[in-house]
Design a protein around this ligand. Sequence first.
Ligand SMILES: Nc1ncnc2c1ncn2[C@@H]1O[C@H](COP(=O)(O)OP(=O)(O)OP(=O)(O)O)[C@@H](O)[C@H]1O
Ligand SMILES: [Mg+2]
Length: 270
Amino acid sequence: MTLLRAENLTVAFGGTKVVDGIGFAVPRGGTLGIVGESGSGKSMTSLAVMGLLPSGATRSGSIDFDGTELTRLPERQMRAIRGDRIAMVFQDPLSSLNPYYTVGTQIAEAYRSHRSGVSRKAARTAAIEAMERVHIRDAGRRVDDYPHQFSGGMRQRVMIAMALSTEPELIIADEPTTALDVTVQAQILDLLAEVRRDTGAALILITHDLAVVSEVADELIVMRHGAVVESGPAEQIFSDPRHEYTRALLDAVPRIDDSIGELRTTGGTP
Ligand SMILES: Nc1ncnc2c1ncn2[C@@H]1O[C@H](COP(=O)(O)OP(=O)(O)OP(=O)(O)O)[C@@H](O)[C@H]1O
Ligand SMILES: [Mg+2]
């Protein structure tokens, strides 16, 4: 069953269309990969879904989320969906975390904002559990640490813990591993795959790196200049890319089998 379906989605800055009439669907519990070169419109697509486009951008077309048309939803209701049913994980966790509060406080606040009448103490316990769930060691102590005391990979785990605190049905991860080194990338991808398995949340994984999506995506759309040039089951696109541009992206990862092998063998050992 489809959880999210975008049809004829367009994002424009004045007369310039940066997303140009694209369509895609995310099945409940499934993973959609969005790949494409820098500037192809991947982030604008995800921000359009979240209703978080920068000022000056306009959105048209249809975004159906579980029977609700998001493009016609008043901001108040959209905010409720954002804080509750759809969560986002960004490339740079440091810019999404407040440097002046401990990670525990920030996870606890995300948790409390989703549930009325939860005490601070209970939220702190939930924050520690959330940190354990994303395999942060010694969570009971680290809950009182500040963002800068964590490595990039650990900060991304904190962000995933925060995203999970609202028990979302959809997680949108925009280049979640780009800032990380290869070994840590593989660990975060493993974690996202595990989270999806355990929680049943659907995932939209955005990346310019085909090796990354090949690990986790069921379905794939390939974007270029705001348009979808190729879409279908990920395996099919990898084994038999139809579009020249997709082939070029694949060629840009010349030893793709090697790099997948590398990701697999280094994965799972945080
Ligand atoms: N505020 C803005 N005003 C005008 N154009 C913008 C603005 N923000 C982004 N764009 C343009 O929109 C297009 C799509 O940008 P987008 O950020 O979606 O690309 P992307 O595929 O996410 O790239 P990357 O891989 O680098 O993150 C780009 O050509 C970009 O220059
Ligand atoms: Mg982007």
